[in-house]
Ligand binder design. Sequence first.
Ligand SMILES: [Zn+2]
Length: 216
Amino acid sequence: MLDGKEIDLVNGEQLFIPHVGKLALCFSGGVESSLLMYLLLKYSSNEILAYTTAYSRKGFYEEQATQAVIDYCSTSGLDVSRITRHITKTTDANLFDNVNKDFDNSTFSMLYTGTNQLPPIEYMKSIDILIAHVNSNSELPKRHPDKTRDRFYHNGMLQVPFTNIDKKGIAQVYADQGLDDVFFNMTQSCINTKQYPMHCNQCPACAERYYGFGKV
Ligand SMILES: [Zn+2]
């Protein structure tokens, strides 16, 4: 394992940051990856590689959302000059090609993703839009609210610091870090809209956002 430090998040969960080497993150402009960007800027001085995939079905809004978050961090006094951006515009194929290539070439010491835990099963059963997750073969195994998952994969190079934290926990980290509504409103999670910054209020991503923050 690399030398580094652990940052306390919530419910005993932590974020590990190595002292040396480039840090990479999958940066969509959603609630979690934007928080990750903020924390990496705040608690490290490492170079940061930010991989953004912008989808045509979302009108490529990820490009605007991620830029807004970086601009916010910059005006908050964080050093964003050490960020290198990789933006892939895609119609869905070749989703993680850039990341995978650089992963194989050891371009960075640590890759972070913002995958987090689903809301409690009973809560999802009570919300029409979220019931699909309870029966999902793709979402539930990766994000089951009653399972505790490892934080590290691929010999410790891939870290999923929010894997055991749901949106309410993420909202708590936002509050603890002093991240305000301005920051939250720059993030975008909706899977239906094609415009930035808009939320449909009717998709599972919007419903999870509401579960955590009480607003979308
Ligand atoms: Zn939506």
